[in-house]
Design a protein around this ligand. Structure first.
Ligand SMILES: Cc1cc2nc3c(=O)[nH]c(=O)nc-3n(C[C@H](O)[C@H](O)[C@H](O)COP(=O)(O)O)c2cc1C
Length: 189
């Protein structure tokens, strides 16, 4: 059994990365965990040729987009971390998913989507500089969570929980309470 961690932050030791580490700390021993720093990947942008629909690997020359797409397909669970960038997920994380639409969902002949990863467990982690309750009211972290959730929803993933750390500018230190909550969430896999 394997869980894939996608750190969508350019920072390898930032808030998102450290929350992800706490989620991983809680994961039961039966799982093997693979960690990917998404900003280290070399991924060409999606050219929107739509040739991957409904069921073909991306036709661009082989790059890390293909390799990680296969890993997402084979993983038994997913932990996705992203900083909030412009009220959304980070650009490189979105690019990874843009390049892997058919890994997440299929399309019936009538164009209706269907999930390709049905029932697999997933966790979402985000951090943002906007303090509570602005992070929610102004759709800062709420925007990032919504965007990742959109993809996971189409994949049919079962969301075990979400970790949100607002206000990182004035409070760069992660609270013990949130680290504990993250570990507890990891134990739900
Ligand atoms: C390009 C960019 C865009 C950002 N956009 C937002 C935003 O829309 N809302 C917000 O509250 N914080 C925003 N931030 C701040 C980050 O979300 C915040 O610093 C977060 O804690 C970074 O997490 P990390 O240390 O794990 O990368 C942005 C930061 C960058 C670099």
């Amino acid at each position: 059994m394997r869980i894939l961690v996608l750190n969508g932050s350019p920072r390898k030791n930032g808030t998102v990365a450290n929350l992800l580490k706490s989620v991983v700390d809680g994961i039961p021993n039966k799982y093997e965990v693979e960690w990917i720093n998404v900003y280290e990947l070399k991924i060409e942008p999606c050219v929107a040729c739509m040739k991957c629909r409904p069921d073909q690997e991306c036709i661009l020359p082989q790059d890390d987009g293909h390799i990680v797409g296969r890993k997402i397909k084979e993983a038994d669970g997913l932990i996705i971390g992203t900083p909030t960038h412009w009220g959304n997920m980070s650009a490189q994380l979105k690019l990874l998913f843009d390049r892997n639409v058919p890994v997440i969902m299929g399309e019936k002949r009538n164009g209706m989507p269907y999930p390709r990863q049905k029932g697999k467990p997933a966790v979402i982690v985000t951090a943002c500089s906007a303090p509570w309750p602005l992070n929610f009211i102004a759709a800062e972290s709420r925007g990032a969570i919504r965007a990742v959730n959109h993809i996971l929803h189409y994949g049919g993933y079962r969301i075990l929980g979400k970790i949100v750390n607002p206000g990182t500018k004035s409070r760069p230190q992660i609270s013990k309470r949130l680290l504990k909550k993250s570990r507890t969430l990891g134990s739900k896999f």
